[in-house]
Unconditional design. Structure first.
Lengths: 583, 582
């Protein structure tokens, strides 16, 4: 049952066992006083003479037991916390390793939100059960077992009577789960629906207010909250009676022991001291028994959460070799490249030659596959057919590190790490001197806004970064790429429009990034790439045509359409004037 | 502990009565729970005195079953009253919060706040209703149960009673320290969790850069390091806690031993009857049970405490007053939109200072200027996302604060970069613009917004469900649907963030066409980023550092030396990034 989670405990598996052992000793110490009490009561009940010494030793025994209980129980708890937190740490690290080996494209599809949820929220939910459920659960189960064994040794009839009461309690619990299952499903459905409505209610607040629909939206919100409440209460109404029954019955082990046992003593089948002992034990194990009840659902939940997390990262890792880059040059070749997201193939055999030092633009409508093609070059995914080569070497035949040294991928990303801007840029080439970093920043047109910041390039990206506009952050990323100075540049040109107010600065920065490189541009606006050495027109996952701007304008209908739309966009002006009206 | 409990009890409003009753039944249940011990005591006493008979056994049995049944009944009633009250109470609280949110200024719904509210509604409230309400009455009844048990001891013997009382006082003192420690720790833990979240976000958001720049080694160590740090910190908290826990457990144990020892001593001194001695022995291990149970819940109560803090924080946010009873006239000689000496501040810092302008009907006003200069703020003030700090904003001569918000909204359409589509059919997402519109009108709006073709290409056309779990649309497609909404709404004033047109460069021309349709014959307020798109504006305001730096038409502004002319010239000199120009 705990195999899965203990698998992550690693060297702390032993700590878990120690915790269980310590708690067991603790639990024995918790039950032992009942034995001493029995020994004190027994002669009194039998009207035998007792010496003060006899009693004092037993009282000392009780005192020692309770002290040892506190010591061992708390020690077990510390050990158990130690094991639990380290297991969680190992679990997180193991998930991190899995995550790191996934193709980058797959990671980005999963999204930051769900990855964060896994590392933080999901693991948080298993923290308590892990720290308490395993050791305490094991101890809580063991104690009743020991006590019942002891009872059987004392008097098997009294033991059976004790078990009988317990089995009724178990039965009530089983009935509760049985009859509650249907209602439970309704409850989960209602809870899911309510959460969805809450998210929509808050996120859509702006829209509903603008369209004066907040009354209606509030009404739906109210309805779903009420139905969650009603379904929850309906479920509980089924469960409550059974809950009351087993929660009272399970700890009441003495239900049959007391009256029937008394009768047995009266008839001479059992003895008064045995009965007293049985009673003491019955009173003592009520609490642990009740705690056992929550142990099984907790364990089931633990397994469920861990399996879910494992499944989420269960993907084919990227194919790569531990070889350095050995390509003859920095030319790129796509050879009959096929690629499918899950089932659907989105690239159907693309063959394309990109000579060293040339500028190639990929154009096409959105969904044509131009971004996907570029992502295959930077090995965000593995191709499903064909190959991608640099200087004749397949990208799968080199390590990802070796590939990354050859390529700068400039995406729409504008993420900065929580360190100062200088260090953020230096990530492009970790060995670079401050002067080299400053030169790169200057080339990326960062000078103007850096001088505006109080601490300049030493501003922390985390707090001061909020003062930077999207375009300014983008230029920091460009400085990083300039510093990296890789021979091949893959550029998502939408980047240039992150900051329309500083378009010309962005343009100058991009010109620096691509100077003298083999360049592949994912082009969204045709005007920037009319001078490209080669323009490749993609249409629904196929290469429709490739050539220079003038060639394509002459012979490629798909390109002509794109060009016309581009011309129109460039001329577009906002206007309040109706047709036929002049002002 | 009692402070934490009374906090939630006081927040229970009209359900306080129910919870008080629940507490009575919990208490009765708690007493009956110890019935077997009392009966055991009687039985042993009867055997001791030789008065036990089969009939007596039967009586004991009947009494035991009777008390068990009564206990079950009380347990059930308490559950119904208290857990039931929890769900009823928090359903009310959610509705109350929902109603509160409805009255919040629209500007409040930023990404950060949205996250905060969602977690209050779906996590914090759930935690309290599921985990705290069900035990609240139990916890309160523990206090009384503890009192009764000590009183019992006094009934047996004054000295034993005193001994019990001393132990109870000691436990309470230690418990106080424990609680203080727990509350402090919960703040530190919260901070720790935030650190962890930050490093996970840093890693996952930056994973593209980390991988492509071969930074995996270093960044991966940083993340692993923060996992290790979390582990260390969590263990340190537990360490802090351990002495208190150990102390409490020792006092329970030694206190119990003390009472046992004292009873035995008194017995030998002849001050305690043997049956009382046996009786004490039987329930001595339950003697401090109630307090033990109470303190075992301290972690739960401190979590509840911080949940309550977050809930109350959202409730404390100021609502936007919406008490206006005036009306915006259908037509007026006054300008369509007027700003009079408008000043606005986020917190302390003024972001707009004495801004005044007029926008006549069916004219276009463009706001240009550096980012952070205040352009967007002007637009959001017109739609009352916030209220002005000083000055007035008028629509057709009517101060917008003196008319109902809904009436103002009827006059305005907004096209911003942030688009929200409901998890509903495309048809319903468009028809939200005007509920009474016919199907034909909805289709017509979709056509005008250049949505029709891509909608019809979807498997279920207009009935396709979008949003999470539904069909996924590109940013540009979502934007066009939101424009279709506005076209259907047909409000006379349109606020447009021109950057919306650049949301999806591949589909730019479609969005532009959609915007052009929306703007026909309207009064336009445009937040402009690229200057050539607003060249036709009737008036251009150059907004810089919270004020109007320049105003006029394009031609007028081009004749002056100033920001506008600099902007335009710089733009014209820019020839894109192509390599040959570099």
């Amino acid at each position: 049952m705990f195999k899965k989670i203990l698998g992550y405990a690693g060297e702390y598996r032993k700590t878990t066992y120690k915790a269980i052992a310590a708690m067991l000793v603790g639990m024995v110490m918790q039950v032992l006083p009942f034995w001493f009490i029995y020994q004190i009561i027994r002669p009194l009940l039998l009207r035998e003479a007792v010496s003060a010494e006899y009693v004092i030793w037993r009282v000392v025994g009780i005192g020692l037991s309770t002290v040892l209980y506190a010591v061992f129980y708390i020690w077990g708890l510390s050990l158990s916390h130690n094991a639990a937190y380290n297991t969680l740490k190992n679990l997180r690290i193991s998930l991190q390793n899995k995550l790191e080996n996934l193709p980058l494209g797959v990671i980005q599809e999963k999204g930051v939100g769900s990855i964060k949820k896994m590392f933080i929220d999901d693991i948080e939910t298993i923290e308590l059960p892990l720290a308490h459920a395993i050791p305490e659960g094991v101890a809580n189960i063991t104690i009743p077992v020991l006590v019942f064994a002891g009872l059987f040794l004392t008097d098997w009839r009294l033991a059976l009577l004790a078990l009988a009461a317990l089995s009724f309690g178990m039965l009530a619990m089983a009935v509760m789960y049985q009859s509650g299952v249907g209602k439970m499903r309704d409850y989960y459905a209602a809870s899911h629906k309510m959460n969805r409505t809450i998210v929509e209610y808050i996120n859509g607040m702006e829209v509903v207010k603008v369209f004066n629909r907040d009354g209606e939206s509030y009404h739906r919100y109210e309805t779903d909250i009420k139905s969650y409440r009603d379904f929850t209460l309906a479920w509980y109404r089924v469960c409550w009676p059974w809950m009351a029954i087993y929660e009272c019955l399970v700890p009441c082990v003495s239900l049959f022991v007391l009256p029937v046992g008394a009768y047995l003593v009266l008839r001479g089948y059992s003895t008064l001291p045995d009965l007293a002992l049985a009673l003491c034990m019955s009173f003592g194990i009520g609490a642990p028994l009740l705690r056992v009840m929550s142990f099984f659902p907790n364990m089931a939940r633990l397994n469920f959460v861990v399996s879910n997390m494992e499944q989420m990262l269960e993907e084919e890792p990227l194919k790569q070799a531990e070889k350095p880059f050995s390509g003859k040059n920095y030319g790129v070749a796509f050879e009959d490249v096929h690629f499918a997201y899950k089932e659907a193939e989105v690239l159907h055999g693309i063959t394309l030659e990109i000579p060293e030092g040339s500028l190639t633009a990929l154009v096409g409508e959105s969904g044509s596959g131009k971004s996907t093609l570029a992502k295959l070059l930077v090995h965000f995914y593995d191709v499903t057919g064909g190959s991608v080569k640099i200087g004749g070497q397949d990208v799968r035949d080199m390590s990802l590190e070796a590939l990354n040294e050859q390529i700068s991928y400039v995406a729409q990303e504008q993420f900065l790490f929580n360190m100062n801007l200088l260090e953020n840029i230096r990530l492009g080439r970790p060995g670079a001197t401050d002067d080299q970093v400053l030169a790169a920043a200057e080339k990326a047109q960062c000078g103007e806004f850096l001088s505006r910041l109080e601490k300049g390039i030493y501003t922390m990206a985390g707090d001061g970064g909020k003062q930077l506009s999207g375009g300014e952050r983008q230029r920091i990323s460009l400085a990083r790429a300039i510093l990296k100075d890789a021979p091949i540049v893959v550029l998502d040109e939408a980047t240039a429009f992150m900051d329309p107010e500083n378009e010309e600065k962005m343009n100058a920065a991009i010109a620096e990034v691509i100077r003298g490189k083999t360049v592949v541009v994912i082009a969204h606006r045709l005007h920037s790439i009319v001078d490209a050495d080669q323009i490749c027109v993609l249409d629904a996952g196929r290469l429709a045509d490739a050539g220079t701007h003038d060639e394509l304008l002459e012979r490629c209908p798909a390109y002509q359409t794109l060009w016309q739309a581009a011309e129109g966009s460039a001329r577009w002006k906002v206007s309040a004037v109706k047709e036929g009206e002049t002002r | 502990m009692t402070a934490l409990m009374s906090r939630i009890f006081n927040a229970s409003g009209k359900y306080r009565g129910r919870i008080a009753w629940a507490f009575v039944f919990s208490f009765l249940k708690g007493i009956l729970k110890n019935a077997p011990i009392a009966l055991g005591f009687f039985a042993l006493a009867a055997f001791y005195h030789g008065t036990a008979t089969p009939k007596f056994c039967l009586q004991i049995g009947v009494a035991l079953v009777g008390m068990l049944l009564a206990q079950m009944l009380f347990h059930h009633i308490a559950d119904r009253l208290q857990s039931g009250a929890g769900y009823l109470l928090f359903a009310d609280k959610r509705m109350e919060l929902g109603a509160h949110l409805r009255k919040m200024p629209m500007g409040y719904f930023t990404e950060g706040n949205i996250g905060k509210i969602s977690s209050v509604l779906s996590t914090d409230m759930v935690f309290i209703e599921e985990n705290c309400m069900a035990v609240l009455a139990d916890l309160m009844s523990y206090l009384f149960a503890q009192g009764i048990l000590v009183a019992f001891l006094f009934f047996f013997n004054v000295w034993i009673g005193l001994a019990g009382l001393i132990v109870v006082v000691l436990i309470t003192l230690l418990g106080r320290g424990l609680k203080k420690e727990a509350v402090e720790d919960s703040h530190i833990r919260q901070a720790q969790l935030e650190n962890l979240t930050e490093s996970v976000l840093d890693f996952t958001e930056g994973i593209g850069i980390i991988k492509t720049y071969n930074l995996l080694g270093e960044k991966s160590e940083t993340l692993t390091g923060s996992f290790e740090e979390t582990c260390r910190a969590s263990l340190a908290f537990e360490e802090n806690h351990t002495p208190w826990q150990r102390g409490l457990n020792l006092i329970y144990g030694l206190g119990t031993t003390f009472v046992v020892g004292l009873s035995v001593f008194l017995y030998f001194k002849g001050m305690l009857d043997v049956t009382y001695l046996v009786g004490t022995m039987l329930f001595v291990f339950d003697l401090f049970g109630p307090l033990k149970a109470l303190y075992s819940q301290s972690a739960r109560l401190t979590v509840m405490n911080s949940c309550m803090d977050r809930i109350e924080e959202v409730f404390r946010e100021q609502e936007l007053p919406d008490t206006g009873a005036n009306h915006i006239p259908a037509s007026s000689d006054a300008p369509e939109v007027q700003f009079e000496d408008v000043t606005f501040a986020y917190g302390e810092k003024n972001v707009l200072q004495n801004v005044s302008f007029n926008l006549p009907k069916n004219r276009m006003l463009a706001l240009v200027g550096p980012s952070g200069g205040g352009k967007s703020t002007i637009a959001s003030l017109l739609a009352r996302f916030w209220d002005v700090k000083a000055g007035r904003i008028l629509v057709r001569g009517q101060n917008i604060r003196t008319v109902p918000l809904s009436e103002l909204m009827d006059q305005i359409s907004m096209v911003f970069q942030r688009v929200y589509l409901f998890q509903d059919t495309i048809y319903n997402n468009i028809s939200i613009g005007r509920q009474e519109a016919s199907r034909e009108e909805v289709m017509e709006a979709a056509k005008k917004a250049r949505c029709y073709d891509f909608i019809m290409a979807l498997p279920e056309g207009f009935d396709t469900v979008v949003g999470e779990g539904g069909a996924s649309l590109s940013g540009g497609e979502q934007q066009r649907i939101s424009i279709a909404r506005c076209i259907l709404k047909d409000a006379p004033i349109v606020i447009l963030d021109e950057a919306t047109a650049s949301v999806d460069a591949d589909n730019e021309s479609y969005i532009q066409e959609a915007i052009s349709e929306l703007c026909k014959g309207k009064t336009l307020l445009v937040i402009a980023h690229r200057l050539n798109t607003i060249r036709n504006a009737d008036q251009i305001l150059v907004i810089a550092s919270g004020g109007i730096a320049q105003q006029g038409t394009h031609d007028e502004l081009m004749e002056q030396a100033g920001i506008y002319k600099q902007f335009v010239t710089a733009r014209e000199n820019s020839r894109g990034w192509s390599r040959k120009s570099a």
